[in-house]
Design a protein around this ligand. Structure first.
Ligand SMILES: Cc1cc2nc3c(=O)[nH]c(=O)nc-3n(C[C@H](O)[C@H](O)[C@H](O)COP(=O)(O)OP(=O)(O)OC[C@H]3O[C@@H](n4cnc5c(N)ncnc54)[C@H](O)[C@@H]3O)c2cc1C
Length: 349
């Protein structure tokens, strides 16, 4: 079988890239191992425009945010379902230092920050607000599993999806393309998530994976809360008094399974947000693909131009994946240069 692009991995990276390549008329095959607890399947899918204690707005944040929202919205329009849920984020300060950092931002860079700011109204008996806070506009969350399943169905309809584990050692780089089993492709793109360097082509990329836990809870006392609440950790309302709470980062871990340490770390974050009583309904854990902070790395292999990589989505995959997938598509098909800091072939790790 002859195709244009073989994509290894149908997490968020592989899915979003597949849509961009399909739009360009590419013939694809997306191959995934179909594991139950991948980063994309466990992720809360939050988009938090102003993350971190200093509320820094990175240079192209608005571009990536607008692109991501338009991308998810386009797909919602085409299938009549909702994947991206717009929600304000009640951002509660953890300290006087955080409060003052925010006030300084508004005073000095008010024009840019105004887009994201609204005054906070919150009941101090239900949430911890000793230092105040604000409401962050333009946030929300993507139902990542629903988006993945929608993508998988669309690929199946095009006979462009297969369940299998692709070993990089089974890929032959041939003149003008690559070969895997009976598939001849013009290129292969590895979107393998946190194990992305257990791969003979990319074993030199320093993955710095981070295990994270997420709990689903019943919190009847907060049933009417619609906003995402963020204070050190985050609390995501799912409706009917059910919430999702997270998340911790563990760079050292022996197993990817949920354990008591993970649960205790997440519950400590919950305790910083609300004193409301709760019941744990479900505990999941997965490993985020981190290379350097949440910096995405993509591009072609320095020696094998038909072998490409898209990884490092970290904890901002929902926000970053669409815009970076668009850059990679242009790079692969028209040789348009990639954003320099993210171009794999220009990075010496
Ligand atoms: C607890 C937790 C909370 C998170 N919360 C958020 C959040 O709120 N917002 C946000 O934006 N991000 C969040 N993330 C991060 C988000 O999940 C990632 O940024 C993103 O989903 C990573 O997607 P990916 O496709 O790169 O990797 P993955 O989701 O790991 O997908 C890789 C896919 O490739 C498959 N695969 C790997 N190797 C092979 C192979 N050799 N052959 C075939 N298939 C293969 C895997 O089975 C998998 O399906 C969170 C992650 C975790 C763990």
């Amino acid at each position: 079988m002859k195709i244009d692009t073989l994509i290894v991995g149908q997490g968020l990276a592989g899915s979003v890239l597949a849509w961009h390549l399909l739009e360009k008329g590419q013939r694809l095959l997306v191959v995934d191992r179909d594991e139950p607890n991948t980063s994309s399947k466990v992720a809360a899918g939050l988009v938090t425009p102003l993350a971190g204690a200093r509320f820094a707005l990175s240079e192209s944040l608005e571009t990536r945010l607008d692109y991501a929202r338009a991308f998810y919205w386009k797909h919602e329009e085409s299938c009549g379902r909702t994947f991206f849920h717009h929600r304000r984020i009640a951002r509660l300060f953890q300290s006087e230092k955080e409060r003052s950092a925010w006030t300084t931002r508004l005073e000095n860079e008010g024009e840019r920050y105004a887009r994201f700011h609204a005054p906070l109204e919150i009941d101090p008996l239900r949430f911890h607000v000793p230092f105040g806070g604000f409401e962050m506009k333009e946030g929300g969350w993507l139902d990542v599993p629903a988006f993945l399943e929608y993508t998988r169905q669309a690929l199946l309809e095009r006979a462009a999806y297969a369940i299998a584990r692709v070993e990089s050692t089974d890929i032959a780089v041939e003149h003008g393309g690559v070969r895997w089993k009976n598939i001849d492709a013009a290129r292969v793109v590895f979107c393998e998530g946190w194990r992305g360097n257990r791969n003979r082509f990319f074993d030199w990329v320093p993955m710095n994976a981070a295990l994270g836990d997420i709990l689903d809870l019943a919190i009847p006392a907060l049933e009417d809360e619609r906003r995402i609440v963020n204070r050190g950790g985050w609390l995501l309302p799912l409706g009917n008094g059910r919430f999702r709470v997270g998340s911790n980062y563990r760079h050292q871990f022996d197993s990817e399974s949920p354990d008591e340490t993970g649960e205790a770390e997440v519950l400590a974050k919950l305790a910083g947000i609300t004193p409301a009583p709760f019941q744990v309904l479900r505990h999941r854990a997965a490993v985020r693909p981190v290379i350097r902070r949440s910096q995405v790395f993509l591009g072609v292999h320095p020696a094998h131009r038909r072998v490409a990589f898209f990884n490092g989505l970290g904890s901002k995959g929902v926000l970053n994946a669409p815009w970076y997938a668009a850059q990679l598509t242009e790079h692969l098909l028209r040789d348009v240069p990639l954003p320099r800091g993210s171009d794999l072939s220009h990075n010496h790790f």
